[in-house]
Design a protein around this ligand. Sequence first.
Ligand code: TRP
Length: 344
Amino acid sequence: MSFKELVFSGVQPTGNLHLGNYLGAIVKFVDLQKTHDCIYCVVDLHAITVWQDPAELTKATREVTAAFIASGIDPKKHIVFNQSQVSGHAELAWIFNCVARLGWLNRMTQFKEKAGKDRENASLGLYAYPSLMAADILVYRATHVPVGEDQKQHLELARDIAQKFNNDFAATISSHGFGEAFFPQPEPLIQGPATRVMSLRDGSKKMSKSDPSDYSRINLTDDADSIAQKVRKAKTDPEPLPSEEEGLKARPEADNLVGIFAALADKSRADVLKDFGGAQFSSFKNALVDLSVTKLGPIGSEMKRLVQDHAYIDSVLTDGADRARVIADKTMNAVKDIVGFVRK
Ligand code: TRP
């Protein structure tokens, strides 16, 4: 069974967007527009699996949308919307909650990390998070999902859910004329030099919005001065840069900065080292400041302009949701028939 290629991905509206979100996800989203139909979703239902201040949630939803547009996502040619406006996500997630097994969810490392020691006090939503994520993708029967490394396990779960649904309902899937499989097996797209951007203060930790030090990350809305300061203060080691990738192995901070440079310049690490092998960090950092300011400056200022315009941003989201809903409703009608629900 072959499915039409369709790209889906989601970004949570929680806190500031930083370089890790940009290089790990948004850059790929922008690129895929050239080759695929794309649906990009601001996943507000996922956000509330941990407490969100309502006003902050609204603000962050508009900010992610502004970042998408400022980075070059075209909401007219493709679809940009927020998850809660299309009820099919939550409806399909419920059905998937009845397909997925407790044993599968119990293996999810992100739940273990996020729930921490006080697991009894985590929300039921946090536990079911991967099932909702599977629904996000499969309610559009999307085939390709650009995500960071850390989402690989959730994608595998989505594939398992799709397969079990296809098996459990094989008889009604075929009797309703959907052939052998109703849901595709969505594939993660994890590539590029900077799928994992690390903290500027500690090359072994991911760049994160929750790191207490703002010097650990470059926010998309940082101005040129703060970008320069943060890059100059970034942790390094005393050696000059190596000329081969091999030489980055036991040097996480050097590896991270070279990876960031490569991703921003759209080059490989090897090419960056051809230019900077043997250089001191001071001169490499100067070049990285220039490159970061050139690449991120215009995005940050466009984002700041766009978030002021609530009417425009909200109209992008409702228009996207209207178009997404058409696809999702079609899937949900078929799913209801397949499962045996009576409907209009
Ligand atoms: N869990 C993803 C993250 O934190 C966000 C997400 C939600 C997502 N639904 C998705 C990503 C569907 C890809 C596809 O990064």
